[in-house]
Write a protein that binds this ligand. Structure first.
Ligand SMILES: Cc1cc2nc3c(=O)[nH]c(=O)nc-3n(C[C@H](O)[C@H](O)[C@H](O)COP(=O)(O)O)c2cc1C
Length: 166
């Protein structure tokens, strides 16, 4: 029987070897200031209605603001947006000054040149251990024909262009 530490280590090893896309989830706070963080917990959930999910760590500095908001945008990063992923995962205070972005008609920060952006209304919040799962109902989607950024074994890497073109 594995002890807790052994299980945590095996869990981290298995999950780090599981490749994902990379997103920046954004919203605005009560002063209309943009906030956002890099996320790889994003997944699709349902087609009818259109639902997606992501999970936020209780320890993230903007946690309370994401608990208060009733909407968020998922910006799915393109293969050449490694710098944006690092900025929104780092200690930089003014993350939005490091990239181009705009506010959507619905007041959500949309980062320029992403592979796709999904604007969502909060559908449900589910407490799950040291995270909260935010489920969103998608009300607007913009998709570009771009290769995605990937996260694998703790490294950000562009999706091979040759695969994207096939
Ligand atoms: C590739 C990658 C994926 C991440 N995924 C998540 C995630 O799904 N949920 C989360 O809460 N934090 C995630 N993080 C960590 C946050 O981006 C990071 O803790 C946050 O930006 C720190 O913000 P703070 O300094 O405002 O607390 C991820 C980081 C990286 C590099």
């Amino acid at each position: 029987m594995q002890n807790y530490t052994e299980k945590v280590n095996s869990f981290k090893e298995a999950m780090s070897n599981y490749p994902t896309g990379v997103n920046v989830v954004t919203t605005v706070d009560e002063n209309d200031e943009p906030i956002g963080l890099t996320v790889n917990s994003f997944a699709s959930v349902s087609l009818d209605p259109l639902l997606v999910l992501w999970s936020i760590d209780n320890a993230v500095s903007t946690f309370d603001k994401f608990m208060e908001t009733d909407q968020f945008a998922v910006n799915i990063l393109a293969s050449n947006q490694t710098d944006i992923a690092s900025t929104f995962a780092g200690s930089e205070e003014d993350r939005f000054s490091k990239c181009e972005w705009r506010l959507s008609e619905q007041d959500l920060p949309i980062i320029s040149d992403v592979m796709a952006s999904l604007q969502c209304k909060v559908f449900k919040k589910v407490e799950a251990g040291d995270h909260v799962v935010l489920i969103g109902e998608v009300f607007n989607i913009d998709v570009q024909d771009k290769a995605p950024l990937l996260y694998h074994k703790r490294k950000l890497t562009g999706f091979p262009q040759s695969f994207h073109e096939e």
